[in-house]
Design a protein around this ligand. Structure first.
Ligand SMILES: Nc1nc2c(ncn2[C@@H]2O[C@H](COP(=O)(O)OP(=O)(O)OP(=O)(O)O)[C@@H](O)[C@H]2O)c(=O)[nH]1
Ligand SMILES: [Mg+2]
Length: 237
């Protein structure tokens, strides 16, 4: 049983612990925002060195998060705050692809955020073209001709982003990653794998194993986890 004199002590200890945790969370959030701003500035600098906006083709299976990834990328690249703006149409899982036609979405890339950078941004416009595409056929029916068709067409991409949902059957993942990576390397394109639904990953170890497996099969180091911004969830990235 606690003596009455210990209660204020305990309360001030609890208050200190809560304040400490809040300060830690605020610092973590600040550091994350700083890191994102610095990455964004890096992208902007690289894009401004190019004569044409780079074109990224976003491909993958039905309802794995291709269109959501484009919306997430637009928001992150433009450093948008406030209500979610949907550039590409997303859908609840359906029996057919919700994206019927190829659609090019131009994502503006904001700078790091200082006053000088803001002035410079007004003078120069950095843009990345993101191509949303209808879903590939299911992995069991995916043919070489399907992949060839997906990676060709207008506009011709500089980079291919394969969007895959975390989890799902391993066999399907292997088939998709291997086929797309083979084609991408044949055409000389940069190949990136985006793993959506990051929150389904239970541990760092599971994430690392999945990342290594996909990097090995896709022969690329560019494998990223992401929890997309969706209309119903605005707190993630
Ligand atoms: N929790 C969570 N939901 C996601 C994520 N990405 C996409 N979704 C949801 O998954 C569903 C399908 O997402 P879409 O972006 O439409 O997928 P898609 O690949 O473009 O689908 P199709 O164009 O129909 O082939 C939507 O309800 C999204 O809100 C994610 O990272 N996390
Ligand atoms: Mg879509």
């Amino acid at each position: 049983m606690l003596s009455p004199s210990a209660v204020p002590l305990l309360l001030s200890f609890a208050a200190a612990a809560v304040t400490g945790a809040a300060a830690f969370l605020a610092l973590r959030r600040f550091n994350r925002e700083e890191a994102v701003a610095s990455l964004r500035q890096g992208v902007r600098d690289a894009v401004l060195l190019l004569r044409e906006p780079p074109t990224v083709l976003v491909t993958g299976f039905r309802a794995h998060g291709k269109s959501s990834f484009i919306n997430t990328a637009c928001r992150a690249l433009a450093a948008e705050a406030g209500p979610m703006l949907l550039r590409a149409e997303t859908s609840p899982p359906v029996t057919h692809s919700a994206t019927f036609d190829r659609c090019v979405i131009r994502a503006s890339v904001a700078g790091g955020g200082s006053e000088d950078e803001k002035e410079e941004e007004e003078a120069t416009c950095a843009v990345v073209a993101l191509v949303d595409t209808p879903a590939l056929p299911d992995p069991g029916n995916l043919t070489t001709a399907d992949v060839e068709e997906a990676l060709s067409g207008v506009p011709l991409p500089d980079c291919v982003a394969l969007v895959l949902r975390c989890g799902g059957p391993t066999k399907d993942r292997h088939a998709a990653v291997k086929k797309l990576a083979d084609f991408s390397s044949l055409t000389g394109l940069q190949f990136v794998v985006i793993l959506t639904h990051k929150k389904r990953i239970k541990s760092m170890r599971q994430a690392e194993e999945l990342r290594r497996e996909i990097a090995f099969r896709a022969r690329t180091d560019c494998v990223y986890f992401i929890e997309n911004y969706t209309a119903g969830n605005m707190l993630n990235l």
